[in-house]
Ligand binder design. Structure first.
Ligand SMILES: [Mn+2]
Length: 313
């Protein structure tokens, strides 16, 4: 990757020591079954970010002033399992450094590692998944780390809430909690899903966004587009409420499959990422201390952290 800082922000705002936000790119596309290209997602996203205006009108803020550290990309791709473990470790490393950790994929199997890290570091974690597909297979094509299995582990170990689902295999019904699943065809008719989903969340929320959750009319460049998806303002309205009412501990965005002739998807992804940061830090002063409140941070104040402290940068 030849990009030095996220969105071209000044180097002094991009230092690990002082940045409150960390962005980990994971250009991985090892298990995708149809259109390849999600490995090009982080580069396209970073390019679009560099060409975006950094003042957010809605929140009247410039969230990049909080500092964004662009981490080295996780490039492990010897096997899906090795990639997931590398993502898991990288994510955990930055959570322990008291950062707001964000990850840009790559295909959705990346999230198995990110979710595992957040679930280890935070109690009673809710995973909010925006996705066209249920992704609840226990294994697929011989691996538990296939994109079709992205949230199976989360369904067993966290409070998983699925939003925008409109494609699944009948066998996934045995795993799915239909009370916490918001199908796209129902969402289209009744907008009470937003309040209902938020009511089901615990305080600590990790958000995983598969970009195919969006309608292909506004985001065509994704591996498996499905008609009938989310639109821009309803998605922002929902996310904004989640950020206001819950402690969003981090998020990932996956499955941008860039098309050189169609740049608007890259820009949607870039803007979505920036909007989510803007909501997270709305009202926070750049000079305010940030505390990501992971379990170890609270425990370590009593000098008895169950995690290995790692203060080196
Ligand atoms: Mn997915």
């Amino acid at each position: 990757m030849n990009i030095k800082t996220y969105a071209g922000i000044p180097e002094e705002l991009a230092k690990l020591e002082t940045a409150k936000i960390v962005l980990i790119p994971v250009p991985y596309d090892g298990t995708s079954t149809w259109q390849k290209g999600a490995d090009k997602g982080p580069d396209a996203f970073l390019n679009a970010s560099e060409n975006m205006e950094l003042y957010d009108i809605e929140t009247d803020s410039e969230v990049y002033q909080q500092g964004v550290y662009l981490a080295d990309a996780v490039s492990e791709n010897r096997s899906p399992e090795a990639m997931v473990e590398a993502v898991h470790q990288a994510t955990k490393t930055y959570i322990k450094k008291n950062k707001f950790v964000t990850i840009f994929g790559g295909e959705h199997s990346v999230s198995i590692g990110t979710i595992r890290a957040f679930n280890e570091m935070y109690t009673n974690l809710t995973v909010l998944q925006l996705d066209a597909h249920a992704d609840l297979r226990a294994s697929y094509e011989g691996s538990k780390c296939n994109h079709a299995c992205a949230v199976y582990e989360a369904s067993q170990t966290t409070n998983l809430i699925q939003v925008g689902i409109r494609s699944m295999d009948a066998t996934e019904k045995t795993v799915m909690d239909e009370e916490k699943t918001y199908f796209a065809h129902e969402m289209a008719e009744d907008d009470s899903w937003m309040d209902s989903a938020i009511d089901q969340m615990t305080d600590n929320v990790f958000i995983t966004i598969d970009l195919d959750a969006f309608d292909p009319s506004i985001l065509p460049s994704t591996g498996t587009p499905e008609p009938g998806g989310l639109l821009w303002y309803e998605t922002l309205e929902f996310l904004k409420q989640v950020f206001q009412e819950k402690n969003v501990v981090g998020f990932d965005i996956v499955e941008l499959c860039p098309n050189p002739n169609e740049k608007s998807s890259d820009f949607l992804a870039a803007k979505l990422y920036y909007k989510m940061l803007s909501y997270k830090f709305q009202g926070a002063d750049a000079s305010d201390d940030y505390d990501n409140a992971f379990e170890g941070a609270i425990v370590s104040k009593n000098n008895s952290s169950k995690f290995n402290e790692d203060d080196e940068y």
